[in-house]
Design a protein around this ligand. Structure first.
Ligand code: HEM
Ligand SMILES: O=C(O)c1ccc(C2CC2)cc1
Length: 393
């Protein structure tokens, strides 16, 4: 019968070094029974990619976490994009896709570049700092809430809220319990911040609420669609930027290549997203009996997609464990694929490109000069601390 493993993908030894567990999962078969949670796990690139494209068989509407919304009350009101299937998904995604389109973001490029240069110059003055709070967190927390149209105060709730939600996709373990301990003020703030009157007239928030005036969204839906940006728009790019800085600090030959050609900053960010896969896992729920690479899977089963394992699958990637900024990393599943492909991808890439280009032009070297500690979260992969010393170019 089906291959089975007793691993726990939501535990410290998995978080600290997923590689051996990912290899065991890929090698055990196309789909593996995760006996600890009584769900399926899929880790090979070929099958993860196929699942992402087959939304009819592998649905998001029962939630993309371990919780099955058909059987349990969701921890929060479900997202109207992430946790829906067509046709509802089509309507809400169309609004977000327009607001966050590469064309819409052109107007932000100059601001994003200026903010990156200002932050990097200030960090050069300091010389030594912690690249996670002082750079990976500081930059998205400055540019993204501005782009949404949020007031300057109260941005401190964005990270705690993201931490809760990304933990809520996993089991109700200590990481979830710790994250939701004092949730009330944060949840109240998110609800208030998503309302039309809490957002300035020009940002992404106002543009989403304007879809009510055109009848594309109802007045009740708009705040939930805005909530999607508050949820997914910060903690993800924090992890992505942290991953990129960590890669460039660990692999100085790659940083030297970037220094020689700052136009490689977009590729360097993308390869970090493949290499570290900031969003490690998501679930789907089967809508019918099916098979994954010949392994029979029943109807109503939760299937965990290991995006991080797929992005290191030797069946798909040459030298998968090398961080190589000249590799063609197109096709990685770090942003998902198919109808739920990350709608904020262009924004994330713009942030990554701006920060890495500023570093490439202004900073001669990035050295890790203290102990790194990892953040434990049920979905997000990232460091808690990355002490570095940088030298001006
Ligand atoms: C490096 C940064 C990011 C990574 C790695 C990332 C990753 C992902 C992944 C893997 C998905 C697919 C989820 C699924 O298939 O169930 C996704 C969807 C999504 N992302 Fe991103 N994301 C990033 C940045 C952003 C940003 C900056 C925003 C908002 C501005 C955003 C908003 C969303 C939304 C709303 C969805 C749901 C789309 C849908 O279901 O149609 N993400 N992201
Ligand atoms: O719509 C949402 O609330 C939402 C929450 C988390 C994500 C993760 C994948 C980045 C995406 C969307």
């Amino acid at each position: 019968d089906a291959p089975a493993l007793d691993i726990d993908p939501f535990a410290p030894d998995f978080f600290e070094d997923p590689a051996p567990h990912h290899a065991a999962l890929r090698d055990a078969g196309p789909a593996v029974r995760l006996t600890r949670y009584d769900v399926w796990g899929v880790a090979r690139y070929e099958h993860v990619r196929a699942m992402l494209f087959d939304w009819q068989t592998f649905s998001s509407a029962a939630g993309v976490g371990l919780q099955d919304f058909r059987r349990e009350t969701p921890w929060r009101l479900p997202s109207l994009v992430l946790e829906t299937d067509p046709p509802l998904h089509d309507r809400t995604r169309k609004v977000l896709g327009r607001v966050l389109s590469a064309g819409a973001l052109k107007a932000l490029r100059a601001t994003f570049e200026r903010e990156a240069d200002a932050l990097v110059d200030a960090l050069i003055e300091r010389g030594s700092f912690d690249a996670i709070p002082d750079l990976a967190e500081a930059y998205p927390l400055k540019v993204f809430p501005d782009a949404i149209g949020m007031p300057a105060e109260n941005r401190r709730y964005l990270l705690p809220y993201g931490n809760m939600v990304f933990n809520s996709f996993g089991p109700r373990n200590e990481y979830f319990e710790d994250a939701v301990r004092d949730a009330a003020p944060v949840l109240a703030w998110v609800q208030a911040q998503s309302q039309r009157d809490a957002l300035d007239d020009h940002g992404f928030g106002a543009q989403i609420h304007a879809a009510v005036d055109t009848g594309e969204l109802t007045a009740d839906e708009a705040p939930i669609v805005v909530r999607s940006l508050l949820t997914a728009g910060v903690d993800t790019t924090v992890s992505g930027l942290g991953a990129a800085i960590y890669c460039l600090a660990r692999f100085p030959d790659q940083y030297a290549r970037l220094r020689a050609d700052p136009s490689l900053s977009k590729a360097a960010f993308e390869e970090a997203v493949r290499y570290e896969t900031p969003v490690q896992t998501f679930f789907r729920t089967t809508t019918r009996a099916t098979d994954i690479g010949g392994v029979a899977v029943g109807e109503g089963e939760k299937v965990l997609m290991f995006l991080g394992a797929a992005n290191r699958d030797p069946r798909r990637w040459e030298r998968p464990d090398d961080y190589d900024i000249t590799r063609p990393s197109a096709g990685h599943v770090g942003y998902g694929f198919g109808i739920h492909l990350c709608v904020g991808m262009a924004l994330a890439r713009l942030e990554g490109e701006c920060v890495l280009a500023s570093l490439a032009r202004r900073v001669a070297s990035i050295e890790i000069t203290g102990p790194t500690t990892r953040r434990y979260n049920n979905t997000l992969r990232g460091l808690r601390s990355l002490p570095v010393t940088i030298r001006a170019a």
